[in-house]
Design a protein around this ligand. Structure first.
Ligand SMILES: Cc1cc2nc3c(=O)[nH]c(=O)nc-3n(C[C@H](O)[C@H](O)[C@H](O)COP(=O)(O)OP(=O)(O)OC[C@H]3O[C@@H](n4cnc5c(N)ncnc54)[C@H](O)[C@@H]3O)c2cc1C
Length: 303
């Protein structure tokens, strides 16, 4: 129930305005968000690199309502790729299609993505399209396929909570597309997504077992030790080397486990979100673990 409530609140513009202008809440956001500026994200990415991990920078924002906003987001992503190259960071980029104008039209959004992926390819880098709510899944997969037909420097994300993900994985593997596998962070109805966590987890393992032997380099994104153990065991049994895939985790979550996997010789990429539009991202992180809410409340009311 708490998860549902937090995910519903994550869509409230009024609450977003109130929270993001509140000084204490902004400080709390640093639990999951590297900061509001690219400089802060670069500092976080450099720290990851120094700790033996790679990074993926996400300039936070979603569901823009004007072409100008979408073009500004495109400009921000072009600047991130320039900065990654200048700073010689081992980092790529994650971005959301609704931030790049998907609600304004598929062709408009695709042209924006093509420009960004072109810049990524110019640097020998890579752009990942995050997966948003299920109303966007089909359009996201189609757009990625179209962009990838002319430029392979793009990949996407598959969520194990969706019934349709197995077919999407098969279709994307057929074209050699790089996939990040996650469980899924949005509020979805039982018509499209497994309501029970056990089924989401079973599907995660099933999809991981399709990805790893495919010969394409994929990301296994989870903080769940059971999913990680299943991946480690499967890879070992199949003779799949530790350099043939990477684990991915979110900035600020299970840093102990991040470091342990690096010590064990696995590749680890940290997803580093930054920017002023952190509210929906922050709320999704609270929803994943209600104990986080207690942490926030304790800090808010601390004398
Ligand atoms: C790199 C990366 C990229 C992602 N990209 C997307 C995307 O594009 N689209 C999308 O829908 N979702 C995305 N997600 C989020 C994902 O779908 C899950 O919501 C999230 O990762 C929690 O699932 P879990 O696999 O960690 O397992 P869970 O079963 O939710 O959690 C397992 C354990 O991990 C820890 N944990 C998990 N979440 C938190 C948290 N917020 N705070 C503290 N501890 C926590 C807890 O110890 C928990 O017991 C991404 C996740 C990662 C790691």
């Amino acid at each position: 129930m708490m998860r549902t409530l937090l995910l519903e609140l994550s869509e409230s513009n009024r609450l977003s305005r109130w929270v993001t202008t509140n000084g204490i809440a902004r400080r709390m956001s640093h639990r999951f968000v590297a900061g509001e500026t690219l400089d802060e994200a670069v500092t976080a990415a450099r720290a990851c690199n120094q700790a033996g991990m790679t990074a993926s920078l996400d300039h936070l924002g979603e569901n823009v309502t004007s072409a100008d906003e979408a073009r500004r987001a495109r400009g921000a992503y072009l600047a991130i790729f320039d900065r990654i190259a200048q700073e010689k960071l081992d980092a790529n980029v994650s971005m959301k299609l609704t931030q790049l104008g998907l609600d304004l039209g598929d062709d408009f959004c695709r042209e924006q993505v093509e420009t960004i992926v072109g810049r990524a390819a110019g640097y020998g880098n890579f752009a990942r399209i995050d997966m948003e709510g299920s109303v966007y899944t089909k359009r996201t997969v189609e757009l990625v396929k179209r962009v990838r037909a002319t430029n392979a420097a793009v990949g996407t994300v598959i969520q194990s909570y969706l019934y349709g993900s197995e077919q999407d994985v098969k279709d994307l593997l057929a074209i050699g597309c790089r996939i990040r596998l996650c469980k899924g962070a949005y509020k979805e109805p039982p018509e499209v997504a497994f309501p029970k966590k056990a089924d989401v987890d079973d599907n995660y393992v099933k999809l991981m077992q399709l990805l790893l032997p495919s010969g394409t380099y994929h990301g296994i994104a989870t903080h769940d030790p059971r999913m990680i153990d299943a991946t480690v065991d499967f890879a070992a049994k199949q003779g799949i080397g530790k350099d043939r895939f990477e684990f991915q985790m979110l900035y600020g979550i299970r840093t102990d486990l991040q470091r342990q996997l690096v010590r064990d010789g696995y590749r680890m990429r940290i997803y580093i979100p930054y920017g002023t539009e952190w509210f929906p991202y922050f709320m999704r992180r609270l929803a994943e673990r209600p104990a986080n809410l207690m942490f926030i409340l304790r800090n808010l009311f601390r004398p």
